[in-house]
Design a protein around this ligand. Structure first.
Ligand SMILES: C[S@@+](CC[C@H](N)C(=O)[O-])C[C@H]1O[C@@H](n2cnc3c(N)ncnc32)[C@H](O)[C@@H]1O
Length: 302
């Protein structure tokens, strides 16, 4: 394995200790990472350890989401639908379970450096986010906080607001931004995006929402609200997935066409799509076999 920052090395050792068959996958993932990404992962892990977390806990968090996702993939293969379809089904076991939600968000953050499609979606945001645009940036469901951190680092917005309904996510996002950019004009609030009725229509210059739509019962309502809140020339960035089960994915799109028709019907147009097939398969094969497809879009209000 290539030379790694010390805390990445410790994380990898702990993951392999607990799950040795993951070696090949991890080696490939780390070999494909840029030096800057490895450095970023190392600094993230240092930050987590500074908060009192241990490499073993972070490795367990990562393995929790890996194991749970594989379980849900088996369920999906057998039943041809996600295990849950209502928010109430997953609210108690995920969003309101502080311990699980914490592990889920730490694990998901680590996956953004290790899972090829998550890596590609992070890179896509980093390169497509306007670098000089000013004004107001809104993020929905920041979770672990990495997209907001990216926006603060590469963007030049005057004001950053992130809303998330989970206390664990708010804490993780707030602390990551305060740690790395204590002077950033950023606020993180614990609120439901749909009922946050003081957000003014046509007032945001950027709206980013990563991996939220598949977690909600009515994703079209979220898309329409984004279209309503965005200024006509706003940068809009959304990620989600098709046929991609996870413990708390409740809205199932079976094709990218179905999803993209929903986007088009919500007052948003696709400016640039990124459609990522299941690892080792083409998009056509993933479609034919109903395998997970990750998608990210730069959108524009109609
Ligand atoms: C899977 S995480 C996404 C984390 C991160 N944005 C990413 O791209 O990986 C989904 C987040 O959306 C939040 N969320 C779900 N429904 C929401 C709503 N109605 N309003 C605000 N946040 C919501 C959850 O609490 C969770 O933190």
């Amino acid at each position: 394995m290539r030379d790694l920052p010390p805390t990445v090395d410790r994380l990898v050792a702990s993951i392999l200790d607990q799950f040795p068959v993951h070696r090949g996958f991890l080696e490939q993932a780390l070999d494909g990472a840029t030096a800057e990404e490895l450095d970023r992962l190392g600094r993230y892990l240092d930050f987590c350890i500074g908060k009192g977390l241990t490499p073993d806990y972070l490795a367990e968090s990562y393995l929790t989401i890996l194991g749970d996702t594989l379980d849900e993939q088996l369920y999906f293969r057998e039943h041809d639908h996600y295990r849950h379809s209502s928010f109430a089904d997953v609210a108690e076991s995920v969003y309101h379970d502080r311990d699980y939600m914490d592990r889920y968000m730490y694990g998901l953050a680590i996956s953004t450096f290790l899972w090829p499609n998550h890596v590609e979606m992070s890179r896509f945001l980093r390169r497509s986010l306007p670098k000089e645009k000013r004004g107001r940036y809104l993020e929905v469901g920041p979770g672990h906080g990495f997209l907001l951190l990216t926006a603060v680092e590469v963007g030049a917005f005057d004001d950053y607001l992130a809303v998330d309904l989970s206390a664990a996510s708010v804490e993780q996002t707030r602390t990551i931004v305060e740690h790395f950019h204590p002077d950033a004009p950023a606020r993180v609030e614990q609120r439901d995006f749909l009922t946050a009725d003081d957000l003014q229509p046509g007032s945001f210059d950027a709206v980013v929402m990563g991996e939220v739509l598949e977690h909600v019962e009515h994703p079209e309502v979220f898309l329409r609200r984004i279209a309503e809140l965005a200024k006509p020339d706003a940068f809009v960035f959304v990620t989600t997935c098709v046929n991609a089960p996870a413990v708390d994915h409740i809205y199932l799109w079976r094709t990218t066409d179905e999803l993209e028709a929903m986007i088009a019907g919500s007052g948003l147009s696709i400016v640039e799509p990124l459609r990522l097939p299941y690892e080792g398969r083409s998009l056509e094969e993933s479609r034919a076999e109903a395998l997970p497809i990750n998608v990210a879009y730069v959108l524009a209000p109609d």
